[in-house]
Design a protein around this ligand. Structure first.
Ligand code: PEP
Ligand code: MN
Length: 246
């Protein structure tokens, strides 16, 4: 069985689409990952894009956590999301790149988890401003959240050459140097935008000393309703983990 030494692995679909899609994906990967990721509310740039199934997936997630004894992380974009996640025993919530840029949203979400025993992951802001990233971390520190991780998913820039997002390894190195106590997970799926770059980006992330990974995995990526190019199928995901664990 895979597992990369000393790295936390998070994997699962970009978006939960249907009950069977979630269960089928989890069934194939649960013993290759430490945490399942599952986006049920998708903060899409365009209102015409797939928005996620929403709260009807919460009981499915609760059931998966019980059945497989594995934590499931979801994205939260507002306090209503947090309230619902807590109701269904979801203990790991992440802020997306489009939320980290907004101090009002970050502050509201932070207040809604004050002193709770939850884990918060914060993606880098979509723009390359490290102060927004660390500002968000500080907001959760201040409300007593002990378990905070960050996620490097690359930055929107005008000159993205190969990848969907510019990794800006220099900024990651800068962030790690200044805030060495904050764990960073790499999200090569969102940096890459295409499965063909994920292995190379993962190796680079290991070189940068990241503490773990978040990978998008879909049981049938060709049929995915969001981020279809960058989602690995379960077989390729396991091959990748095996390669990275050498
Ligand atoms: C996601 O994780 O599916 C997502 C939308 O990511 P980001 O916030 O990094 O764009
Ligand atoms: Mn995605």
């Amino acid at each position: 069985m895979g597992k990369i030494e000393n790295k936390l692995i998070v994997a699962g679909p970009c978006a939960v689409e249907k009950k069977m899609q979630l269960y089928n994906t989890v069934k194939h990967i649960y013993n290759y990952t430490d945490v399942i990721r599952a986006g049920i509310w998708k903060g899409r740039t365009s209102p015409n894009s797939y928005p996620g199934v929403g709260e009807k997936a919460l009981p499915w997630i609760q059931d998966i956590q019980n059945q497989y004894q594995i934590p499931v992380a979801i994205e939260v974009g507002n306090t209503k999301h947090v309230e619902l996640a807590l109701k269904y025993d979801i203990k790991i919530m992440w802020l997306g790149a489009r939320t980290t840029v907004n101090p009002f949203a970050v502050q509201d979400i932070a207040e809604s988890v004050r002193n709770l025993n939850v884990e918060i992951w914060i993606k880098n802001p979509i723009v390359s401003d490290l102060k927004l990233w660390i500002g968000a971390v500080n907001r959760f520190n201040r409300v007593g959240i002990k378990n905070i991780k960050t996620i490097h998913r690359g930055f929107y820039t005008d000159n993205n050459i190969h990848y969907r997002n510019n990794p800006r390894w220099d900024l990651l190195a800068d962030f790690r140097k200044k805030y060495s106590e904050i764990p960073v997970l790499s999200d090569p799926s969102h940096i890459a935008g295409d499965t063909k770059y994920i292995e190379k980006l993962s190796l680079n992330s290991i070189k940068e000393g990241v503490d773990g990974f978040m990978f998008e995995v879909h049981h049938d990526p060709n049929k995915a309703l969001s981020d279809k190019q960058q989602q690995l199928n379960p077989k390729d995901f396991k091959l990748l983990i095996d390669k990275l664990s050498i």
